[in-house]
Design a protein around this ligand. Structure first.
Ligand code: DHB
Ligand code: FE
Length: 284
């Protein structure tokens, strides 16, 4: 059967993708951001997933105010990198494991999580930047090293789902994956965050202490972490800090006790605190 072996938490920032695409990652501003992913790239090679279940948010690319699904599962054969204003990123098309995605859709919906099913969708920096930092540069003519099942979560337009709903969804994702009768090494990514606010008077807000506490709680006390209310993200981590609810889907899909094998935290990257964590399912 398919097994979830590990979870990865990882921020996204469009400028991180641009830094890789324009080959300036060695510049003093960017080097410390990317140094923190060197361990991760080795670890990805050693632990080679067959499939990544990648929880991310769309930024008014595939969706806009005309249609706001809370949870949208990618079921298409592939997902093209979107043009977010500077042309599509020069990275490979993202290929799905369509059979597993369909199985997950069926399992989640019968488990009473009512997913929107996307049979056509372009993906933005929310999905491609975490893949880039974890795998390194991959030419658009090559393939990503594994298949990817995208789950887009609405954190752009209130009401976003609660941390608890995301955590419970993670548990349902685990039930779905573990009932797929083919041996597969599956990793779950929770992306977005950490603290950042892109708008109005508190634009530029960063809260290192709160971010570090979030990472501690995520590893050690995921149930407590899942109960953090929206207003706390807003107050402590800024208006875009609510992206962090997506990390609870990842955490919910793992064992209650996990081994934290890597952590990276760096400020600044554009307007955002970059946070990254790798959690292994010890039993796996
Ligand atoms: C930035 C961060 C984001 O989460 C995002 O979606 C866009 C931009 C930034 O820090 O520039
Ligand atoms: Fe974002």
């Amino acid at each position: 059967m398919a097994r979830i072996t590990a979870g990865v938490g990882c921020s996204h920032v469009p400028a991180i993708g641009v830094a890789m695409d324009t080959k300036i990652t060695d510049q003093p501003y960017w080097k410390p951001v990317f140094d923190g992913f060197e361990f991760s790239r080795k670890w990805m090679k050693e632990n080679k997933p067959d499939v990544i279940f990648l929880v991310y948010n769309d930024h008014c690319t595939a969706f806009d105010a005309s249609c706001i699904p809370t949870f949208a599962l990618g079921a298409a054969a592939e997902f093209q990198p979107a043009d977010e204003g500077w042309g599509p990123r020069p990275v490979p098309v993202v290929k799905n494991h369509q059979k597993l995605a369909s199985h997950i859709a069926q399992s989640l919906i019968l488990d009473e999580f009512d997913m929107t099913i996307m049979n056509e969708m372009e993906v933005d920096h929310g999905l491609t930047v975490p893949l880039s930092v974890m795998f390194g540069e991959v030419s658009p003519e090559d393939e990503w090293p594994c298949l990817v099942i995208p789950l887009a979560v609405n954190v752009v337009q209130y009401p976003a789902p609660t941390g608890n709903r995301c955590y419970q969804l993670g548990k349902a994702v685990r039930r779905a994956i573990e009932s797929y009768p083919v041996d597969l090494n599956v990793m779950v990514f929770g992306t977005g965050g950490m603290s950042h606010q892109l708008q109005y008077k508190r634009a530029g807000l960063i809260n290192r202490e709160w971010d570090q506490r979030f990472l501690d709680l995520l590893t050690e006390d995921p149930v407590f972490a899942s109960q953090i209310p929206h207003v706390e993200y807003l107050r402590e981590a800024g208006s875009e800090g609510v992206e962090m609810v997506m990390w609870h889907v990842m955490r919910g899909a793992l064992d209650d006790e996990v081994k934290e094998v890597h952590r990276h935290y760096h400020v600044p990257a554009s307007n955002t605190a970059v946070g990254h964590i790798i959690l292994e399912n010890v039993a796996a």
